[in-house]
Design a protein around this ligand. Structure first.
Ligand SMILES: *[C@@H]1O[C@H](CO)[C@@H](O)[C@H](O)[C@H]1NC(C)=O
Ligand SMILES: *[C@@H]1O[C@H](CO)[C@@H](O)[C@H](O)[C@H]1NC(C)=O
Ligand SMILES: *[C@@H]1O[C@H](CO)[C@@H](O)[C@H](O)[C@H]1NC(C)=O
Ligand SMILES: *[C@@H]1O[C@H](CO)[C@@H](O)[C@H](O)[C@H]1NC(C)=O
Ligand SMILES: *[C@@H]1O[C@H](CO)[C@@H](O)[C@H](O)[C@H]1NC(C)=O
Ligand SMILES: *[C@@H]1O[C@H](CO)[C@@H](O)[C@H](O)[C@H]1NC(C)=O
Ligand SMILES: *[C@@H]1O[C@H](CO)[C@@H](O)[C@H](O)[C@H]1NC(C)=O
Ligand SMILES: *[C@@H]1O[C@H](CO)[C@@H](O)[C@H](O)[C@H]1NC(C)=O
Ligand SMILES: *[C@@H]1O[C@H](CO)[C@@H](O)[C@H](O)[C@H]1NC(C)=O
Ligand SMILES: *[C@@H]1O[C@H](CO)[C@@H](O)[C@H](O)[C@H]1NC(C)=O
Length: 876
């Protein structure tokens, strides 16, 4: 009845992409909707198969449809198997959002509508009837290991998200496949699945922004294509789980509303400690403790701020977590480094991987084996892989005792008394990664050839370990093919078990890796956060992970993985950080500055040090075979880093305020230009410029050896951050002619008030002693506003905070809000941009203040305590 598609050429190590003619899928009979029932905000119906399709296995004959208006801006649509349980993302991993309780179709901003036969549904905007999502003419396919939903989109649709990827921020609307299958992806290649899984897309139109989230952790291909027959379409091809969609109305005027709605769904990002915004230094390949101490000394000798020193797996004995190499990184000497850092108000972070080396004599393994907390093969033996330390097992983050295990390991090894007193954690290889090449019949044999030093191999684990007996019995025996489902997602690593834990491995709760693979890094993240809080219950922690799932921002930050020292990766990092900070709600994000793999060049590293100063998470990190790239290694890079760090450090309170706001409501800390100019369609494809916070526009030079850059400026007024010169944008591209190798173009958007520290410092502790300056960048209509949040920088429970709102209008600058944070600091200077002529300034009591000009700005020295409201009159 159907024609199976053509098998594409099989390349060594590449997925066997089975291509099915879209016409074959569209010819399937789909389902018929029956028994529709509306009750309050909920609609339910039965869906009955209207003809066998069996394109990738048997069709499920009876489905249940549930549609709920959860809030006035969110519709939940779920389709499940009516007669059997299917895997769903566990509630404990992804707590379901609460319905508002008073939403209804009558009041909602978006509507659900359907046709009965064949069943198809539409989501449209209430105010305009504009269709946002429609499955018409593309039948639903629901098989045991293949789910297919396809929607029509407008021509040239502006689709963002569906990460993690290194594709352009605005996804190409032709021939794009976004595969979700978390993968150790060295070199972060284009157009492949990478470390994280974020099945959310935002769509931007001149008429508004909306979003679609599919809550599903199984492997999937999401395809965006444009063909003569169908126009532009987006389709989901999923190999398990259920269809669990959330449609977000967004807004007709502001994409920021959409980001907040997504934050309500996946959770608001955790606040990070103030020091987290300082400059971080790391590399793979620090030789020994002397090398590490030298880097710390060289930074201070070069007068370049260094907030946090990191060490990669080099410190470990035989690359085993929770150990130090007694010869190269002896405990007492590394402790000396940690003490030195702490005495100098600096911080210390170490890498921690999930995989634990198999060796009965090794504490972390012996204790885990005793607790029986490794992920299992269906026969009850621990699933084994090959990672940095050789043959390993993988902690089962679902195990009821896993937190106890991980807390204990952290307590033992990261103990301030006799271990390493870390301030944050870096977690890696948590896709989970595996070096063992399929068929991987014997990781021990492959380990023999592992060239990574020093693989110490011991005897295999006891394969007779009994299966976890407390696991609840599944309602129906699982007949799925957990290794080779018929529909093969386009996993760049090949088979779904390739370079990761076996997908037939079982968790203590009975769930299989096939379904939960994409959750592994996320669960390591939440477990690690709890282990850190167990060590230091009162302070926020900084955890940076590689692998993520939707909602990871509630516990961790993220770095973009193993990029290369190339101009392409430098440029592409902007789309990467925008994805995480402006869409996925994981704002503490950065790429490896100067590049991880391959060798950097002086000018690439100089440009990257400056771009990286505007990543929320700023870390220089390097590969073990690459030339050294600390900023002080070249004069140009050192100067570029000093210049950019001077700006970054002065802006830390500004970005810290943005993080606080994000933690309250999901307002993004980085913004693509279209978030601020949503009706200007020229901004939709831009991903080489971005807003750092909502007021600072960053437009780096993007080409090698170039000292010019073409930038787009919307119709608005901007001010140069350094010269304060007024720059009138008029909705066109302008060329900046002379951008030296130690400069980066940074503008303040008119209409914003930016609080800054009056000068930079070598550590954030020192910075917090400096007074503030207020920059009032007057907008087109003569007004400006901004805010400043103050707290102690690290406590989880703040006893007293200040949130100060600044407004400028009709020549009056006011500060108002809450002022509970105790501080002796004051605003010692106000700088006004964009006003001409004679400015007089008078304080509240009527006394005149002196004014002077500095470049194109007017400066008013004063002394305004940050302990109460104030008003200044500029006589304008
Ligand atoms: C809802 O769907 C029905 C059946 O296709 C159609 O007749 C009706 O016009 C739709 N309503 C809206 C508002 O789109
Ligand atoms: C679509 O992309 C794939 C993978 O990049 C490529 O091999 C193929 O040639 C492209 N097809 C078309 C029609 O552009
Ligand atoms: C997009 O459509 C073209 C033309 O039908 C087809 O060759 C290509 O494989 C499709 N790409 C994807 C990603 O489905
Ligand atoms: C990745 O894609 C970009 C833009 O399409 C291209 O410039 C770059 O060369 C590609 N990189 C690689 C390694 O193919
Ligand atoms: C899981 O799959 C692998 C690969 O086929 C196989 O070697 C292993 O025995 C399987 N586990 C069990 C116990 O079925
Ligand atoms: C290990 O290396 C040896 C020598 O190069 C080779 O003969 C053998 O096939 C390799 N084994 C594996 C499992 O790759
Ligand atoms: C980087 O430079 C070093 C020293 O010149 C050289 O040994 C190494 O091969 C280079 N690495 C790459 C990836 O080019
Ligand atoms: C940049 O300049 C260097 C040194 O002159 C040269 O080797 C390199 O090829 C240039 N790159 C480009 C893209 O022109
Ligand atoms: C001035 O413009 C800002 C930003 O566009 C806007 O929020 C504000 O309401 C405007 N104020 C007046 C008085 O027009
Ligand atoms: C500050 O806000 C409070 C509460 O809204 C208001 O009563 C007070 O007048 C405001 N003060 C100033 C100086 O604007």
């Amino acid at each position: 009845m159907f024609t199976r598609g053509i098998s594409l050429a099989v390349l060594a190590g590449v997925a066997v992409a089975e291509w099915t003619d879209p016409a074959v899928l569209d010819a399937c009979g789909g389902y018929t909707l029956e028994n529709p029932q509306t009750q309050g905000s909920t609609f339910t119906a039965d869906l009955t198969s209207a003809g066998e399709c069996a394109v990738y296995g048997k069709d499920i004959p009876q489905l249940s449809l549930l549609v709920e208006y959860e809030t006035d801006t969110r519709i939940h649509l779920k389709i499940t198997d009516a007669s059997a349980d299917r895997y769903e993302v566990p509630e404990e991993i992804f707590p379901r959002p609460q319905a508002s309780g008073n939403a209804s179709a009558e009041t909602a901003a978006i509507q659900f509508n359907y046709t009965e036969n064949p069943f198809a549904f539409t989501i449209y905007r209430t105010s305009t009837s504009e269709v946002l999502f429609s499955t018409a003419s593309h039948p639903l396919i629901y098989e045991s290991q293949f789910l297919h939903v396809k929607t029509s989109l407008p021509d040239n649709a502006n689709i963002y998200g569906l990460g993690e990827h290194t594709d352009p921020f605005r996804l190409p609307e032709v021939n794009t496949t976004r595969t979700m299958w978390n993968r150790d992806a060295y070199g972060v290649p284009n157009a492949t699945n990478l470390y994280g899984d974020h099945p959310i897309y935002f769509e931007q139109r001149t008429t508004g922004s909306h979003g679609v989230f599919l809550l599903n952790s199984n492997g999937m291909d999401v395809k965006l294509n444009t063909t003569e027959q169908d126009g532009t379409t987006l389709e989901y091809n999923v190999i398990g789980g259920v269809l669990d969609f959330y449609f977000l109305a967004g807004s007709e005027t502001s994409p920021l509303e959409l980001t907040k709605q997504y934050a309500d769904l996946v959770g608001k990002p955790a606040e990070v400690p103030y020091w987290g915004f300082g400059s971080h230094q790391c590399r793979f390949g620090y030789k020994d403790f002397v090398d590490v101490a030298g880097v710390i000394s060289n930074y201070s000798a070069s007068d370049i701020p260094l907030e946090t020193m990191w060490i990669d797996i080099d410190y470990m004995q035989g690359r085993r977590i929770m150990t130090v190499d007694p010869d190269y990184f002896p405990m007492d000497r590394v402790r000396e480094i940690v003490s030195y850092l702490h005495e100098h108000d600096q911080k210390f972070i170490l890498m921690t991987d999930p995989a634990v080396a198999v060796d009965e004599e090794y504490g972390a393994y012996a204790r885990g084996t005793e607790m029986d907390i490794w992920i299992k093969q269906p026969d009850g033996s621990a699933t084994i892989g090959l990672v940095w330390p050789g043959v390993t097992v993988y902690p089962d983050w679902f195990h009821p005792n896993i937190q106890e295990y991980w807390d204990n390991e952290f307590t033992l090894f990261y103990n301030p008394e006799d271990g390493l007193d870390i301030d944050g954690v870096w977690i890696d290889m948590n896709e989970p990664a595996n070096f063992c090449v399929l068929p991987c019949t014997d990781p021990y044999e492959q380990a023999v050839n592992q060239t990574l030093p020093p693989p110490r191999l011991t005897s295999p684990p006891d394969h007779d370990t009994p299966i976890f007996t407390d696991a609840p019995a599944p309602r129906r025996k699982r007949a799925d093919n957990l290794l080779n489902p018929e529909y093969e997602i386009e996993n760049a690593a090949g088979d779904i078990s390739s370079k990761t834990a076996w997908t037939n491995a079982t968790h203590a709760n009975g769930l299989v890796e096939y379904n939960t693979h994409n959750l592994y890094g996320h669960m390591m993240s939440t477990t690690t956060q709890k282990a850190m809080l167990n060590r230091r219950p009162d302070v926020r922690t900084l955890i940076i992970t590689r692998s993520t799932f939707a909602g990871a921002g509630t516990s961790v930050g993220k770095w973009l993985g193993d990029n290369l020292s190339t101009w392409w990766h430098y440029r592409n990092s902007i789309a990467g950080i925008l994805g995480f900070a402006s869409i996925y709600q994981i704002p503490m994000v950065g790429a490896d500055i100067c590049g991880f793999g391959a060798n950097t060049t002086e000018t690439l590293c100089a440009r990257w040090a400056m771009l990286g100063a505007f990543y929320p998470f700023m870390r220089n990190h390097n590969g073990d075979t690459s030339i050294s790239q600390e900023y002080y290694r070249w004069d140009t890079v050192a100067e570029a880093a000093r210049n950019a760090l001077d700006i970054r450090y002065r802006l830390i309170d500004y970005i810290y305020t943005a993080f606080h706001q994000a933690s309250l409501d999901g307002t993004p800390v980085l913004q693509p230009l279209w978030f601020q100019y949503p009706s200007d369609a020229n901004t939709y494809p831009l991903d080489l410029q971005f807003f750092f916070g909502d007021s600072v526009l960053v437009s780096p030079v993007t080409e090698e050896n170039s000292t010019t850059v073409d930038i787009y400026l919307p119709e608005d007024v901007f001010y140069d951050f350094t010269t304060f010169e007024t720059i009138q944008g008029n909705g066109s591209v302008v060329t900046l002619p002379e951008v030296g190798f130690t400069e980066i173009p940074v503008y303040i958007r008119g209409g914003k008030i930016v609080p800054l520290r009056i000068e930079s410092a070598s550590t954030t502790a020192e910075l917090r002693e400096k007074p503030f300056e207020l920059i009032v960048a007057v907008g087109k209509n003569g007004t400006a506003s901004g805010s400043l949040y103050l707290d102690d920088g690290e406590s989880l429970q703040q006893s007293a905070t200040s949130f100060i709102q600044f407004d400028y209008q009709n020549g009056l600058l006011t500060a108002n809000g809450t002022f509970d944070y105790q501080t002796d600091l004051s605003i010692t200077q106000v700088r006004i941009l964009g006003v001409d002529g004679n400015v007089t300034a008078t304080s509240e009591d009527g006394s005149a203040l002196s004014t002077s000009t500095d470049g194109d700005s007017i400066v008013v020295p004063l002394d305004l305590p940050l302990t109460g409201p104030f008003t200044l009159n500029f006589g304008l």
